[in-house]
Structure formats: structure tokens, C-alpha cells
Design a protein around this ligand. Structure first.
Ligand code: COI
Length: 362
């Protein structure tokens, strides 16, 4: 790990803000980017030239390693406007650590924790007018790192760029989800990159997801690569089920993303005295619980989606037989609605932040 002192972050501000181009009453996920971005360069074994500059096009060579071999990682976290008008980032420490875990898996350099925190706080502070106030809105923060050597041989790059861009966002999905159990394609395999936020994990999921959409589903429920029976995650979300009063979610065995929202939900369940288990769940168990009438809820969690309900789960067996679980309508899901209210309330300081999850900007 680098023991270099943190260089000063140089700041170049925009001449003219684009903030008035945004329809603040209709924030669409990923449509607008705020005025500034953070950039740092890695060369000769160290990070250098830390800067906050206007958000703009970047110029790179076509032979960039990131383009050819997917040496690229990213993160997703959010800054919120609290009810008393402050700006706070939710659990950035978790995302910084996860980004550095992803970096190790992808043979990329880590970015020092304190520098990362400082860069994010400074960037959000400069663009704090872009942090929307309200229940379903936030400033999405997207750090990402690309391998920048101009070289088409297969080896880790010697140079990298780290960017942090931000985007005012509304809800990720417009409606509750109908998901299909995926029994053919695989998102991640033991020993692979499933736990890392590597760009290629998401690219590889696009074709199977598009096929499911053609069949009328909104997302896939990924299963393990060996048996296609153990539930892993869904789209961009970790998944939770409530079976006979117990909240159950698949364990972190290396093939699923260690979600920050996932961790927060588990913690809140413990705080609220709701039984919670991290354990393997099979498709068979879900259908058996449904038949017995004890499958009470299914929902996804993630920074982008927060807590999002699943309304149906369909499994199409290899012989073409099709079976579907229909879940209760979202407004009847007392436990997950309460978890969402508390989690979203903590982020905006409507509820006390007992775990010190908020990092204030300024
Ligand atoms: C997030 O929840 O931040 C994600 O990573 C989802 C993203 C791929 C849109």
C-alpha cells in the first residue's frame, strides 16, 4: 500500500453551470451529470495529478487496454439532502473498500482510502446544489477506474485513470418486478469476478436479460453456475425473501456482490428484532414455501434501486413446464415497507443515524 502523502486536489470550476438544464421534478436515472468530475492518474507506480475539473469529454487512444480486455471497475453510492438541509453521503467507507477489493481482483492499483474519501466529499461539496431534496431522489456517485495503457497485448496496464462523476437521480425502476429464474446462462462462477464490481460482469448479463425481456419479464433471478438451483442475485440487486417471518438472503460466497444496501438491511433487521438469515436458498425451497403459503415477500436491494419489490417469480423448466409465484401486492408488504421507510429515513435524517452511516459534506 502506498504511504505517499495526499497531494492537493486542484480545482478548476465551470464557467457556466448546466444545472438549469435538469428537469428537477422528473429525475430519470443516469440522464444528467453534474458540473464537475474528479480525475486522478496512475503512472510510475503512484497516483498523481488529483483534480476536480468540468465534466467533459475525455480523449483516449483506441488501443486502450480497458477497451480491449475490460480492465475496468466501478462503484455506485449516493449523497442525500437531509431534512435539515445538509448533504450526507451514505456509507462511503463501504464503497471505497469494495472498490479497492475489486481493484485487487482485476490487477489494478488501489486508491488510498483517505484520498478517496476526501475526493468524494470535495466533489460533492462543489456540486452540492445538484443534490436533490425528496423521498425518491439523490445524487448518484459513480467512481470508476480504467486501464489506460495504449497496448493490445494481454497484461495488466501500467497506467490508469480514476474518475468520479455524479448524477442527480430518481427511482431506478418504474414499477415492481416480474423476474424469471435463469437456468441456462451464468452471471458468475466460483473463483470468478462475481464479487467484484467489474464492468464485464454487467456486460455479460445483458444478453440473457434482453432475452428475458423479450419474453415479457423485467429481470432475471440468477442461479448458481453448477446446479442452477441456488439463488444468487437479480439484475443490479441483491435479493431477499421473507419465509414464515424470517428475512432470508443468499450468503456472500464470492459469486454475488457484497451490497452495501444488503448489509444495511441485515443490520436494520437485527436492530428491529426481525429474524434474519444469510444462507443458501434453492428455487425448490421458494416454490415449496409458496405452496405452503409461507413465502411472504421477495425484494431486491441496491444503491440504485434501494429496496424494490418483486411481484412474480417464474421458473421455466428444461421440459418447457412453467410455474409462477405470485407475491402479495407491494403495499401489503409490512416488513419490507418498514425496512425501506427506516433505511431511507436514516439517509435523510428523518430517523436517527445510530450506526454513524452518514458522512457529512462540508
Ligand atoms: C448500484 O446499485 O449502484 C449499481 O451498481 C447498479 C448500477 C449497475 C446501475
Amino acid at each position: 500500500m502506498q504511504v505517499q502523502e495526499m497531494p492537493e486536489i486542484r480545482v478548476q470550476r465551470v464557467g457556466q453551470s448546466r444545472i438549469n438544464e435538469v428537469d428537477w421534478d422528473n429525475l430519470i436515472f443516469g440522464r444528467h451529470y453534474s458540473d464537475h468530475m474528479f480525475v486522478a492518474d496512475y503512472r510510475d507506480g503512484q497516483w498523481t495529478d488529483l483534480r476536480i475539473v468540468p465534466y467533459e469529454k475525455i480523449s483516449v487512444y483506441p488501443a486502450l487496454i480497458a477497451f480491449h480486455y475490460g480492465q475496468e471497475i466501478f462503484e455506485g453510492l449516493k449523497a442525500y439532502r437531509t431534512v435539515d438541509g445538509k448533504v450526507a453521503i451514505f456509507r462511503p467507507d463501504k464503497n471505497i473498500k469494495r472498490m479497492n477489493n475489486s481493484a485487487r481482483r482485476m490487477a489494478m492499483p488501489e486508491f488510498p482510502f483517505d484520498w478517496f474519501m476526501e475526493a468524494m466529499k470535495k466533489l460533492v461539496s462543489i456540486d452540492k446544489d445538484w443534490v436533490p431534496a425528496g423521498d425518491d431522489v439523490a445524487l448518484y456517485i459513480r467512481p470508476f477506474m480504467i486501464a489506460t495503457d495504449e497496448y493490445v497485448g494481454v497484461r495488466p496496464s501500467d497506467t490508469y485513470k480514476l474518475f468520479i462523476i455524479t448524477s442527480p437521480v430518481g427511482p431506478y425502476y418504474a414499477k415492481p418486478l416480474n423476474v424469471k429464474v435463469e437456468r441456462k446462462y451464468v452471471r458468475a462462477f466460483p473463483g470468478g469476478t462475481g464479487y467484484a464490481k467489474a464492468a464485464g460482469n454487467y456486460g455479460g448479463a445483458m444478453m440473457p436479460t434482453a432475452l428475458a425481456k423479450e419474453e415479457g419479464f423485467d429481470q432475471l433471478l440468477w442461479t448458481d453456475g453448477i446446479h442452477h438451483e441456488y439463488i444468487e442475485e437479480s439484475g443490479t440487486m441483491n435479493v431477499f425473501f421473507i419465509i414464515n417471518g424470517t428475512v432470508v438472503t443468499p450468503p456472500l460466497t464470492g459469486t454475488i456482490l457484497p451490497g452495501v444496501t444488503r448489509d444495511s438491511i441485515i443490520t436494520l433487521c437485527k436492530d428491529m428484532g426481525i429474524p434474519v438469515e444469510e444462507r443458501q436458498i434453492t428455487v425448490r425451497e421458494l416454490f415449496e414455501a409458496y405452496e405452503k403459503g409461507i413465502l411472504e415477500d421477495a425484494f431486491g436491494s441496491g444503491t440504485a434501486v434501494t429496496i424494490h419489490h418483486i411481484v412474480s417469480i417464474t421458473d421455466i423448466l428444461p421440459n418447457g413446464e412453467r410455474r409462477t409465484i405470485e407475491l402479495p401486492s407491494p403495499e401489503k408488504r409490512e416488513v419490507s415497507n418498514k425496512l425501506k421507510e427506516v433505511l431511507e429515513g436514516i439517509k435523510r435524517r428523518k430517523y436517527p443515524d445510530r450506526h454513524g452511516w452518514l458522512v457529512y459534506v462540508d
